[in-house]
Ligand binder design. Sequence first.
Ligand SMILES: C[C@H](N)C(=O)N[C@@H](CCCCN)C(=O)O
Length: 714
Amino acid sequence: MDETTKKKKKTAECCGYPISIFFIVVNEFCERFSYYGMRAVLVLYFRYFLLWDDDLATSIYHAFVALCYLTPILGAIIADSWLGKFKTIIYLSIVYAIGQVTMAISTIHDITDANRDGTPDNFTFHIALSMLGLILIALGTGGIKPCVAAFGGDQFQEHQSRQLNTFFSVFYLCINAGSLLSTLITPVLRAQECGIHTQQQCYPLAFGVPAVLMVISLVVFIAGSGMYVKTDPEGNIMWSVCKCIGFAIKNRFRHRSSSYPKREHWMDWANEKYDKLLIAQIKMVLKVLFLYIPLPMFWTLFDQKGSRWTLQATTMSGDFGAFILQPDQMQTVNPILILTLVPIMDRLIFPLIQKCGLNFSPLKRMTVGMLFAAMAFVSAALVQIEIDKTLPNFPSSSESQLKVVNTYSTTLNVTISPNEHLLIESFGSSADYVTFDHQDITVSLNTNPVITKAFSLIKGGRQTLIIPSDPTVMYLKEDVKSKPREGKNAIRFVNGYTADLNITNLDSIEPSATTNYTLVNQGKRDFVLRHGEQWCEFSRKFGFGASYTFLIPSTVFSDDCESITEVEDMKPNSVHMALQIPQYFLITTGEVMFSVTGLQFSYSQAPKNMKSVLQAGWLCTNAVGNIIVLIVAELGKLPKQWAEYLLFASLLVAVSIIFSIMAYFYTYIDPAEIEAQVRKEQGLEPEEMEKETIEMEEKDEDQKNEQGVKQTKI
Ligand SMILES: C[C@H](N)C(=O)N[C@@H](CCCCN)C(=O)O
């Protein structure tokens, strides 16, 4: 049956479900694998391949996510007004797959690495190619998103409403299975080393596998072609809707005098010119769109899992004994919980609530979902308060902090003007940072003769005063003033040895010099120190998010690295990442109530020819939510992170109250029934006509089959 078919054909069924939905859910699984797999490594690609700073990388990432949820409008317009859902999904999936391939190609550093140093020589080329890839991906993923869910819904007959609800749950499970697997796999692929000339982090593989999955997704979708119910696009519906609304407003304005009788609904002012059916359909859509207004706030909180919560995890310990969890891997808790919670809710909780005689309507579920998300942020705030207790006291923007490290041969009395006196052992350090509210200081050492030197500290910075074996050349070294990223550890070495040293993975270090910080992962790390023929190995076990300065004495080779001392500049994270599980549990429960229900609600309340448009409207709430995150991240800088979490939680509670009031006045509709009623009022009996057409066509098909059988018999 082709795209112009106006009625639902009978589809092959298995256990009461149309077989065609198998292709749709597999297609969704592969597509979501592709999308989330690519997204999992995108920020790292920006940061470490294109060498953008944190702010630029985060902004472009959120802008990309927002774009992915804005393009559904375009996809819906194309599907509902022009190509139909089936063709739109095929064409935009091709655009999507091209985008993924372009993105994967843009990550091959060898393309422009003429000098073969492992870094691209022409960043403009890689940036341009990756931006092109991302635009195509956003167009593709966003464009098909409202169509795939609605197209899946189209496969069901009217008597299959129970199966339709289960379909949306299974659909959501597939999204999360795809997301879970890809979020686990692509970071591992990225961590591999590959390259033609020089071995680098394997971004081409990390982006290439999602590209392959997108191609598979397209192939699976095409494979189901013969089985789908394909509804007809009914002309440029969006344009008709806009014209009709425009006319209603204009007409209302023209007849604003009180002498004209009022009409039941402002859209009824379009009655003079437009079909009653179109007006009725627009009323249905507007009612739902109005209800969507408060919804972006839910996504504003929800989408901070990937940003704020991941950053929170970087200040926590991921040591689970049997395994180590990296901060960004904590996000996989969400799809894991979805995979368990959706069946529990569907099979246990919701039927139980129904059995208790409670009417847990979709809009009530969505309100409760919002409250769960708000509770998740309260939980995040409580965790943050615990973390804050363990965080170092970082300097404010007007303060400066100083620590002193002594690699001189004897204990020193250090006086920092005006009245700070520190007694520091040889190869030791001051107990903690000293905070100053001024920048200019004078340091005196009780050497013979006394050494005095003036320094200017960095405002808002943390520094260490290094006193080398020759104290007259004491100097300041800048320290890290925030937790090292991704739960890594920042380490550096002070060379108290009398000659140059080579340390594994670091440049050669001169006597008395201090290396810059190097980031090392959690776990046991080995360093080999070398000078000419002499060497020794130094091992150290690291936790999460600490910072150390290692002091190398002159005796380092004679005692086999044993005498290296460590100064703890920043304590390792001590609050465990497991404390984030309650907030993940709460937000995911909220997601099941809000997002899965919202998906079903948007489909069920939309007239047949505007289902994709309403799905797009639903996804648009997501885009707005992401834009709010961008704005808040830029503007709303609350001094305390826990306060920001509480602010978001309160905002969502306020919004959910507004939403519940709006929901109270919403009456659920059966769009098909309303359409039939309007048709009836207009003297049309399309349902009857459709039934007749179906019966006639079935008779025709039977006859053709019989003839076919007869012909073969002949
Ligand atoms: C993976 C996540 N739990 C999920 O189910 N995502 C859905 C809804 C996305 C809306 C939030 N930005 C998806 O379709 O990817």
